[in-house]
Write a protein that binds this ligand. Structure first.
Ligand SMILES: C[S@@+](CC[C@H](N)C(=O)[O-])C[C@H]1O[C@@H](n2cnc3c(N)ncnc32)[C@H](O)[C@@H]1O
Length: 310
């Protein structure tokens, strides 16, 4: 079947990388047929694993993609038509025209069927299958956590980082710079076995408090990154950049070199947010760089979400 995946945010390449990461990790066939912002059209027999995504808003079953407003010619018990705002289309006109082709009762309060409409270069229409608002990302944003710091990562990005690692649900994942725990929380929610460590006692306390507030469990230890041991399906992490998050006085590239060397002893896959190309080059001393997605945080900080493999 063809599905319409509504993207969250405007980082299209990162969102597509995440979708591919989930499909590869869960070993399901999915083919991205087209990206026409704000949606991607995907062919797959099994969309359920995509509910793991961080950078999606909704998934719908495609019923039309094309230039014109179609006559849908469908019969539904009850329904609502919801149009994503777009300055090139008049919402009311689309709804009226589409409603002519739908037989059934309009129910705006609690509809059994939601017809979703998106306008990119083409018009895309689908029957909603899943709404990511169920996942309450908002409740895990820094401002809503019991303990947060300016370094706390957005939960949707933390989730996307986990998915970029191309691992199956249940995988063992370590975040050795866990900070306030956003990567640990998002990984645990989608069924990963999460391990976290950090050099700073305050951060471990923050992680522990935040995890507990969602009833989530992870194994936490106070450790310098040079002391990590064991074996993991992946490391997913957000190290200090030498800005607001402290590197304990250590020169940042020296810390990255130490970290990557250690990572190569405990895993074959690393997803990491890095501040620049010099940092990526350090990773390439120990791993092959397979993907890198620049993500502009603000004028003077771009993070490169990078996926390395041995
Ligand atoms: C950018 S923050 C992580 C933020 C985290 N993703 C969050 O959402 O809160 C980097 C973390 O690395 C930790 N850190 C700095 N140097 C370290 C080292 N040598 N070993 C382990 N952790 C270290 C800091 O204490 C900080 O919590």
């Amino acid at each position: 079947m063809k599905i319409i995946a509504e993207l969250w945010g405007e980082k299209i390449d990162l969102a597509i990388g995440e979708i591919n990461g989930i499909c590869e990790g869960e070993k399901i066939k999915c083919r991205i047929i087209k990206v026409d912002y704000p949606v991607a059209i995907i062919e797959t027999d099994n969309y359920t694993p995509l509910k793991r995504a961080g950078l999606l808003r909704r998934i719908s079953k495609q019923i039309y993609s094309g230039k014109n407003i179609p006559n849908l010619g469908i019969k539904l018990e009850d329904y609502a038509i919801r149009v994503r705002k777009n300055k090139n289309w008049k919402e009311g006109e689309i709804i009226r025209a589409l409603a002519n082709g739908v037989e059934g009762k309009v129910n705006l309060e609690n509809p059994k069927n939601i017809i979703r409409v998106y306008a990119g270069k083409n018009l895309h229409i689908g029957m909603e299958l899943y709404d990511f608002s169920e996942q309450s990302f908002e409740s895990r944003r820094a401002k809503n956590l019991p303990i947060s710091y300016p370094i706390t990562m957005h939960p949707r990005l933390a989730r996307a980082m986990i998915n970029l690692a191309k691992v199956k649900s249940g995988a063992r994942i370590l975040d050795p710079f866990c900070g306030t725990g956003s990567i640990l929380i998002e990984g645990a929610i989608i069924g990963m076995k999460m391990y976290g460590s950090d050099i700073d006692e305050r951060m471990l306390k923050a992680s522990q408090t935040n995890l507990r507030s969602f009833g989530i469990d992870a194994i936490l230890e106070k450790k310098d990154v040079g002391e990590i041991e064991g074996s993991y399906d992946a490391i997913v992490t957000d190290p200090p950049y030498g800005r607001s998050s402290s590197s304990m006085g250590e020169e940042i590239y020296k810390l990255y070199d130490r970290a990557f060397k250690k990572f190569s002893e405990v895993t074959s896959k690393v997803v990491i947010a890095l501040p620049d190309e010099k940092a990526i080059k350090i990773g390439e001393k120990y791993f092959e760089l397979e993907e890198a997605y620049p993500y502009r945080v603000h004028k003077s900080l771009t993070r490169y979400f990078s996926y390395f493999r041995i």
